[in-house]
Ligand binder design. Structure first.
Ligand SMILES: *Cc1c(COP(=O)(O)O)cnc(C)c1O
Length: 424
């Protein structure tokens, strides 16, 4: 035993946390089993075969692999149609294509879940002449209630005759609010559809896929979008994003990814089709492992007296675990430790840097095989009080557990963790 281990028995703490999350892990097993079956059934129904993995070059016309992959995604998400492309550079790109594809000058779009994810702020009302509001598209947002729920009454009251779309963000993103569950999203969508069936209900599904047994499209969403370097790529897809929903809406978003009239018909898959199929197959397991890891981290920091979100036992609808660290040094040490426990670039120390959409520097720890992947273990936080760290991903719960040990030892070593640890 080292000097450190004597002061704080990290292995024992982790073993106790593991014991404490067993029931939550068992619930994750159920969802994983259900989602794995749903995905597998879809592979069978679409008769996926070796011939679909070849990929295409140039225009990518008549790419049967891509066409099958898109039908597969549509089936898994219970949608009429899907667009799944390596050319979609990020989640923001996929969401932006949905907004610009569906909205026309004079339309009104309402964010029903408060301010959207940081990178979308510039898409909507950034300084660029290409931003949404610069195209004469009106934008409003309805704040969430105190306890982080959608204020349905206020949303209904904010609908205008020219409201064409409401947007909802499932994940907490990088805030301390709870993720919106699929059931909750479904209730908001039904309430809106009841008075305004013509309003498109769009859900930013980033970080949410396969966390529950159903997706927003199963609960009435007209259109959803997400990233393949998060949940839906299963840690295998090397790049890309997806859009799924009503066929007409997906085709309009596709016109913004390629060009009006070209839509989903073109787009070479180069050499990545197999990885995208494989990634979707792996996604229910990857997400379940990330959730088990998040539960362990949340449980342990809760026991140490930190404020965490979600709290142990709380229902989850995204893979993010937030911890309020309360000081700058802890945030730096936490992220440095996660980075040092990654398989790639473990020898570098993350430094806070400027990130578009943030007014303060953000520190980000990765060490992933796919650059910027956050279905692989990663942690980040803006350098401002109360110094929240957001932990997500982990393709193996064992890796998360090992990294958690590294984090705790580092916090003790640098004097940020009390030596007196509350007993279970
Ligand atoms: C990650 C994320 C985005 C944006 O995705 P990028 O791939 O980072 O562009 C949007 N919304 C939510 C909720 C996210 O988690």
């Amino acid at each position: 035993m080292t000097e450190l281990d004597k002061r704080l028995d990290v292995d024992k703490l982790i073993a106790q946390a593991r014991e404490a999350v067993q029931d939550e892990w068992a619930a994750v097993d159920q969802i994983e089993r259900y989602n794995q079956k749903r995905v597998l059934d879809a592979f069978h129904a679409e008769r996926v075969g070796e011939e679909h993995f070849a990929g295409s070059t140039g225009y990518g016309a008549n790419d049967i692999g891509r066409e099958t992959l898109e039908r597969l995604f549509a089936r898994v998400f219970g949608a009429e149609s899907a667009l799944v492309r390596p050319q979609i550079a990020s989640g923001t790109h996929a969401i932006s294509a949905c907004l610009f594809g569906v909205l026309r000058p004079g339309d009104h779009v309402l964010s029903a879940s408060g301010p959207p994810y940081e990178t979308l702020q510039q898409v909507i009302r950034g300084p660029r002449p290409t931003a949404l509001t610069a195209q004469r598209i009106e934008y409003d947002e309805v704040p969430l209630t105190e306890d982080g729920d959608v204020d349905v009454e206020a949303v209904l009251a904010a609908l205008k005759p020219n409201t064409r779309m409401i947007m909802l963000q499932r994940s907490r993103g990088y805030t301390f609010r709870p993720a919106l569950t699929v059931a909750r999203l479904g209730r908001v969508i039904s309430a809106v559809k009841k008075v305004r069936p013509d309003v498109v209900c769009f859900v930013d599904n980033c970080y949410g896929e396969f966390v529950e047994a159903f997706e927003p499209t199963h609960a009435g969403a007209d259109l959803i979008a997400g990233s393949l370097i998060k949940n839906a790529g299963g840690g295998v897809a090397p790049a890309g994003g997806y859009i799924a929903g009503k066929a007409e809406l997906v085709s309009m978003a596709a016109d913004r990814i390629t060009a009006p009239g070209l839509g989903s018909k073109l787009g070479p898959t180069l050499g990545v089709t197999r990885d995208m199929f494989f990634g979707l197959f792996q996604a229910p397991h990857a997400v379940a492992e990330a959730l088990r890891g998040a539960m362990l981290v949340g449980q342990l920091f809760h026991t140490l007296g930190y404020e965490v979100a979600p709290k142990p036992g709380e229902q989850r609808s995204d893979i993010v675990q937030a911890i309020r660290l309360d000081d700058e040094g802890s945030l730096r040490a936490f992220c440095a430790a996660v980075q040092s426990a990654g398989p790639v670039d473990s020898y570098v120390t993350p430094e806070p840097g400027a990130v578009p959409g943030y007014d303060v520097p953000v520190v980000m720890a990765g060490g992933t095989f796919v650059q910027g992947s956050s279905i692989e273990l990663s942690a980040d936080g803006p350098m401002r009080p109360p110094y929240y760290v957001f932990v997500q991903g982990g393709l193996s719960r064992m890796h998360v557990e090992i990294a958690l040990g590294t984090v705790l030892r580092r916090l003790v070593e640098e004097g940020y963790l009390r030596e007196e640890v509350p007993a279970y």
